[in-house]
Ligand binder design. Structure first.
Ligand code: OAD
Length: 237
């Protein structure tokens, strides 16, 4: 194995599952008890802002009870050991990569710990609850969770596409490959010649596009892979 020069890591809910943060799909998943469009669409927010704020308040309140697991820590270690060579893009809205020590994280689906004004669009840090009366301190507009809902454009796509075109190793960790555009990243990276590696408990909709799939809990498979990469780098030095 040759050490890759540029790595692109895409994480999904599976990387945080062992930290106690619910995934979206499957038994016990967040979407099981909700109609997605009710709590994750601009139309749902317009129809029932109280319900939507409550849904994200509940998620936000749970964050302090979760801690980064060995997969978050291993990813942060990789970023530190390969400075400037690892792009970490997460679909997760939790802060476990940051608390696991990752120096840079792109949250393409937003962040629970931020709120955005629906009027002036200013994004600010937010750790408490939001309700229909919570207003922007600048313009008085309504504040909403800084979360990308269905029908909205994911964040930082230009930088993401640039990094995808430049990587020679693409890894998807704990994502079901069912939500676009993230689900299409593996095909883009592969077209550009990157080797593509998947980490999941099971095979997914996008597994056929990967060169290799490693099955098992991310807390075990990801640290083992990072160890391999670091050993490989040492051997080349
Ligand atoms: P999903 O809930 O769709 O998928 C989680 C994936 O993680 C599944 O494929 C599981 O098999 C896998 N998994 C679970 N536990 C794991 C573990 N311990 N180790 C490894 N893999 C594990 O979550 P996402 O793919 O992240 O979007 O969902 C993508 C987007 O759909 C989310 O960002 C969210 C949702 O709608 C928005 O809210 C915009």
């Amino acid at each position: 194995m040759k050490t890759p020069s540029r790595l692109f890591l895409l994480t999904g809910a599976g990387v945080s599952a062992e930290s106690g943060v619910a995934t979206f799909r499957g038994a016990g998943g967040l979407w099981e008890g909700h109609r997605i469009e009710e709590v994750a669409s601009p139309e749902g927010f317009a129809a029932n802002p109280a319900l939507v704020q409550r849904f994200y308040n509940d998620r936000r309140r749970l964050l302090p009870t979760a801690s980064p697991n060995p997969a978050h820590l291993a990813i942060a270690r990789l970023q530190r050991e390969f400075p400037g060579r690892v792009t970490l893009v997460t679909q997760n809205v939790d802060d476990l990569h940051e608390r696991g020590g990752s120096p840079e994280v792109v949250h393409m689906h937003g962040e629970l710990l931020k709120a955005r004004c629906v009027f002036c669009k200013r994004v600010r840090d937010w750790s408490g609850d939001l309700d229909e009366e919570t207003r922007c301190g600048d313009c008085g507009g309504q504040l909403r969770p800084h979360i990308v809902w269905f029908g909205e454009m994911p964040l930082a796509l230009d930088a993401i596409f640039e990094a995808l075109g430049a990587c020679d190793l693409f890894a998807a960790i704990g994502t079901s490959g069912q939500v676009y555009p993230a689900a299409g990243f593996v095909e883009m990276a592969s077209r550009h010649g990157a080797r593509c590696l998947e980490f999941n408990l099971e095979s997914t909709a996008t597994s056929p596009h990967f060169d290799e799939s490693r099955t098992g809990p991310a807390s075990r498979t990801v640290p083992a892979w990072v160890e391999e990469l670091l050993e490989c780098q040492d051997a080349e030095a």
